[in-house]
Design a protein around this ligand. Structure first.
Ligand code: IVH
Length: 685
């Protein structure tokens, strides 16, 4: 058995101090000093030393932050100084701040002519209150608030919170310093944690506050160590051997100098109006803060005045919490309806017993999609947590499981809504898709505007001047329902629309008339079939040569078309199986929309048949469109992104990441001259 040398002791001491200094910069100051790998190296060196010489192990070593101790229960700890709560100003309006200021002035017997009082305005963090006890600078105990008189000893878990120093940064630390503050989970950490838990099939956290409270109350501190927690200090408990600063503002500075995290979002303010402004200013930024708050806290800044005011029934007279409307509330899920979006997606919407949340009465909330309903296991009749933060659409977060009765009913979107509630077309859900969709396409009023805009767009049928304002007017006035209706428009109907003179009406009619003469690929693309973009439309037109043959194709046939897989084939079949869609096509043809027909081209033809190109950067002569046209005319395909399947990358000036990717995949890269040469002579392999 070897004993540690004086050098070992010294090295361990240096490593502990250095690692904790790095932790402080990383977790508290948000300014890492070293790359992660360097940090890891130091950490492992310390771990190795401690395991070789157990006598080097110390309670304040950063290696002790990983957790490990499993408790059967938390022991109770009596607070040396009771942990008080804080009175809540019930009036959430600005007047709440004014009322507090007026009350404090009255209690201090100040008159109107006395100068305004100074306050420290802080945020009210939405987490879990904790008392940290440091003796001679060493963290010896961490307790929850409990009933205010005594709390639970959660030291093992709190040690795993890297923002909390295990030893205070001070040459001569106080004999006893109890720091009070809030443990919480940042929103970003909460989301990341849930994303990972979801991917691993583990239980997710309901909200950041439960996440923080639940982690600190884990009996296995290894679990707590895996939870990303943060901390802000805001007050004191028992203190010995330290002169407490004279104001709350200076106290927070002193705590920060000890290495404790303190929220930057705080302000020394004079008078009630300034407090009300602070309340409003923070309210406006509430939804952009990186953590949840449920209000702000005003504290009389001067300690001597605080002491003069004292306490009433376990609450200080010198501080108040001025809240914001709660962002979460519990209510009853009465039923589930669906909403059809502009692209045909059916979104399940919860019908709720009205509840006041986030400052408004909410009766509906989104449930996103079937997968989310299943994941959260939300059932009709459940009591549910509803959340509305800022201007965000209210959502159902989770059911309250201990209030569930046997009367609840599971919901399945496809069985509840086999047909679109707007147009009665079939509702379908692709194999790898979260969304269920209405297959009504052009026919579904919910999708009509979007479909019309797509139909008229430049790369589709190309009706110049038919923009979204006009489409809105035409659809809202029931003048146009389907693209076929566009060809029935008359001058009078158009000229009567708002902001539309006779001249522009005539221009639009001209553009519509011109669009009658089109091409088969454009026509197919214009139909707006899901998953059928421009390139697929071209492939389909080339393969079938006529619309009739495309409409008559079955799955086996469609799968023969180059680059058409099961998903695209399914979309085409779904579209064609709707009688309304076929009717619109017939009407369009009857209205005179035509295109030249070609013999089907089944075998790839042209010099570039079967080859895939990617264009990047600016070519000297050819525009992107021209180059694409030339390649396609030779049977080549132009794709938007570089992959292993890419055969050639044509690069011009300022080519960026696509060129890099091509080089890394060792794909042939040519310039415009190289492309022209291949167009002339064909590909020389
Ligand atoms: S001071 C004597 N400041 O709100 C005053 N509390 O009932 C003690 N809280 O459970 C509290 N942010 O956990 C104070 N900036 C802040 C706070 C804050 C959140 C919590 C605290 C306590 C509750 C007040």
């Amino acid at each position: 058995m070897l004993f540690a040398s004086a050098e070992n002791f010294e090295r361990a001491r240096v490593l502990r101090a250095e690692i904790e200094r790095l932790n402080h910069h990383y977790y508290v100051l948000d300014a890492p000093l070293l790359p992660d790998a360097e940090y890891d190296r130091l950490f492992r060196e310390l771990q190795a030393l401690e395991s070789a010489y157990p006598e080097l192990q110390q309670i304040d070593s950063p290696t002790q932050r990983v957790g490990g101790k499993v408790l059967s229960a938390f022991s109770a700890v009596r607070h040396a100084v009771p942990m008080l709560s804080i009175r809540t100003e019930t009036d959430t309006e600005a007047s709440g701040a004014l009322a507090f200021d007026a009350r404090v002035r009255r209690e201090l017997k100040l008159g109107e002519s006395d100068p305004p009082l100074e306050y420290l305005a802080e945020l009210k963090f939405d987490g879990l209150a904790i008392n940290l006890r440091y003796e001679s600078g060493l963290l010896v105990c961490a307790t929850t608030r409990g009933d205010g008189e005594s709390g639970e000893d959660v030291t093992a878990n709190v040690r795993t919170v890297k923002q909390i120093p295990l030893r205070l940064l001070a040459k001569a630390p106080p004999a006893v310093l109890e720091v009070r503050g809030e443990i919480f989970m940042k929103l970003e950490d909460f989301r990341r944690f849930n994303k990972r838990a979801l991917a691993a099939g583990e239980k997710t956290l309901v909200n950041p506050r439960n996440g923080a409270a639940g982690s600190i109350r884990q009996l296995d501190s290894k679990i707590a160590a895996g939870r990303p927690l943060s901390f802000f200090a805001y007050g004191l408990g028992e203190v010995h051997g330290w002169t407490i600063p004279e104001t709350q503002a200076e106290l927070l500075q002193a705590l920060s100098a000890f290495g404790l995290p303190v929220c930057e979002e705080r302000d020394v303010l004079a008078g009630g109006h300034a407090l009300a402004e602070f309340h409003a200013r923070i309210a406006a930024r509430r939804s952009t803060l990186p953590f949840a708050i449920d209000g702000v806290v005003y504290k009389l800044n001067r300690r001597d005045l605080q002491e003069k005011l004292g306490f009433v029934s376990r609450e200080p007279r010198w501080a108040v919490a001025h809240k914001y409307p709660a962002e979460e509330a519990v209510t009853r899920l009465l039923g589930i309806e669906v909403q059809v979006g502009r692209t045909g997606v059916l979104t399940p919407v919860a019908r709720l017993e009205p509840v006041f949340v986030g400052g408004v009465t909410v009766t509906n909330a989104t449930l996103h999609n079937q997968d989310e309903i299943d994941r959260k296991d939300v059932r009709i009749g459940d009591w549910v947590v509803v959340r509305r933060a800022g201007d965000v659409i209210p959502e159902v977060v989770a059911p309250v499981l201990d209030r569930r009765t046997s009367e609840v009913q599971k919901f399945n979107l496809l069985s509840a809504f086999p047909q679109c509630p707007v147009c009665a077309s079939h509702v379908v859900r692709g194999q790898d898709e979260a969304a269920a969709r209405c297959s009504g396409g052009l026919f579904c009023p919910a999708q009509r505007k979007q479909a019309l805009l797509h139909f008229a767009s430049r790369r589709a049928i190309d009706i110049e001047g038919l923009g979204d304002k006009l489409v809105d007017q035409l659809v809202d006035a029931h003048i146009v329902r389907t693209p076929a209706d566009l060809y029935k428009l008359g001058l009078m109907a158009l000229a009567n629309l708002e902001r539309m003179g006779e001249k522009s009406a005539a221009n639009l009619l001209d553009a519509i008339a011109r669009s009658r003469q089109t091409s088969l690929p454009r026509f197919i693309y214009a139909l707006g079939i899901r998953n059928v973009g421009e390139t697929t439309a071209k492939d389909l037109a080339r393969y079938y040569g006529s619309l009739e043959d495309l409409l008559a194709a079955d799955e086996t046939s469609l799968m023969q078309v180059p680059d058409v897989g099961p998903i695209v084939a399914r979309s085409i079949l779904d579209f064609c199986s709707e009688a309304h869609n076929r009717q619109v096509i017939e009407e369009l043809q009857a209205a005179g929309v035509t295109w030249p027909e070609h013999a089907p081209q089944r075998a790839p033809a042209g010099k570039f048949a079967g080859k895939t190109f990617v264009l990047t950067g600016t070519l000297p002569e050819l525009s992107r469109e021209e180059a694409k046209g030339l390649i396609e005319a030779e049977g080549g395909k132009v794709s938007g992104s570089v992959s292993k399947k890419t055969d050639f990358v044509i690069a011009g000036a300022e080519a960026g990441s696509k060129l890099e990717k091509a080089l890394s995949l060792e794909i042939a890269v040519l310039d415009e001259a190289g492309l022209r040469e291949m167009l002339e002579k064909g590909i020389v392999e």
